[in-house]
Design a protein around this ligand. Structure first.
Ligand code: FE2
Length: 340
């Protein structure tokens, strides 16, 4: 080996050592509090640790995580909160347990309508609130949310509770588009069209369409895909097809799964790294395929089942505007006796 080659080899080894040292310095831990299902989250955190060397400690619960962070106070180990739906995202911000993420990567990758203007939360994936229409009894291929109040659907609509966070966000979007008075009139019209008292989850509405109790059900995009994977529920999916409704002159209502940075995050740098990684290609593919969600990052393919619904034209209303109308929507649901 020539002297220059030996020198070059030594330089390579030295820079490799520097890299390793840098990687070591960057590793460490991040503590994630999660409302999301473990079967979705585990593959994500495994992939993150593999990609970055950062260990993830996870605390999972179906409720009460904001209260837990709050009571842990300044000593809270929470770095990141993973959750679903603008309702829960908003509740975490209102609880005062978050801080601005401040990431150029997030600002660049996540469209502004899917981010908090104050930076406390960012959408990671999306789901649309759509129609599961009876294949036999519904002939039209397009529908507006406004049309759900048309008397032609009298006795033909099935929906879960109007106070459930998914419907609360949809109704809040309606309020944001049309104002409270028009939203009230619309909710009265939809209620008058219900086939039965709201109950069950989104999948049970498809079940009731399959049983002939109603012609239109309202549900989230991923449930229809999940029903196809479940032999017991596959007939419910097979009896229905998904129509992507739009607001008149607008787009389809979408909601988010999102991520928030905890107020006293002890591992702030790793937390931001985790949040940025969630918006990266690897995680976005996992979200798209494991839970049939729409990736928030442009250019990542949606799962073929979801793509089969047709092209999603998401409503352009900022999610933060929807959050601001949540309370009004909830009040209207009670006022019109939607669930009675
Ligand atoms: Fe859900």
């Amino acid at each position: 080996m020539s002297r220059s080659r030996i020198l070059a080899a030594a330089t390579v080894i030295a820079s490799a050592m520097t890299l390793n040292a840098a990687a070591f310095a960057q590793s460490g831990e991040v503590n994630v509090y999660s409302y999301r299902e473990n079967k979705l989250v585990q593959p994500l955190i495994d992939a993150f640790t593999k990609d970055t060397g950062i260990k993830v400690n996870i605390v999972s619960a179906s409720s009460g995580l904001e209260q837990r962070i709050k009571s842990e106070g300044a000593n809270s180990p929470a770095d990141v909160l993973l959750t679903v739906d603008i309702g829960r995202i908003d509740e975490a911000v209102q609880a005062g347990v978050t801080q601005p993420i401040k990431s150029d990567v997030i600002d660049k990758v996540v469209p502004a309508q899917y981010r908090d203007p104050d930076g406390h939360w960012a959408g990671i994936s999306m789901r649309a609130r759509v129609i599961y229409a009876s294949k036999d009894r519904v002939k039209q291929d397009a529908i507006t949310y406004e049309e759900l109040a048309d008397p032609k659907w009298k006795g033909k609509i099935c929906i879960r509770s109007g106070q459930h966070i998914y419907n609360n966000a949809l109704f809040a979007a309606y309020v944001a588009h049309h104002g409270e008075a028009k939203a009230e009139e619309w909710l009265r019209g939809v209620k008058a069209n219900l086939a039965q008292k709201p109950s069950g989850g989104d999948r049970e509405q498809a079940r009731d369409v399959a049983a002939g109790k109603c012609d239109l059900a309202i549900g989230n995009t991923y449930y229809w895909a999940l029903m196809n994977n479940d032999p017991d529920k596959k007939p419910w999916a097979e009896a229905t097809r998904v129509i992507l409704p739009t607001f008149a002159g607008g787009g389809t209502h979408v909601n988010l799964s999102g991520v928030l940075l905890a107020k006293n995050a002890p591992n702030r740098a790793n937390a931001v790294k985790f949040i940025e990684w969630l918006a990266g290609e690897h995680a976005q593919h996992l979200y798209a395929d494991a839970n049939y969600e729409y990736p928030v990052r442009a250019g990542v393919a949606v799962n073929p089942t979801i793509a089969g619904y047709g092209k999603l034209t998401a409503d352009t209303l900022p999610i933060a505007k929807i959050a601001a109308s949540r309370k009004a929507a909830s009040t209207l649901v009670d006022k019109v006796g939607f669930d009675n």
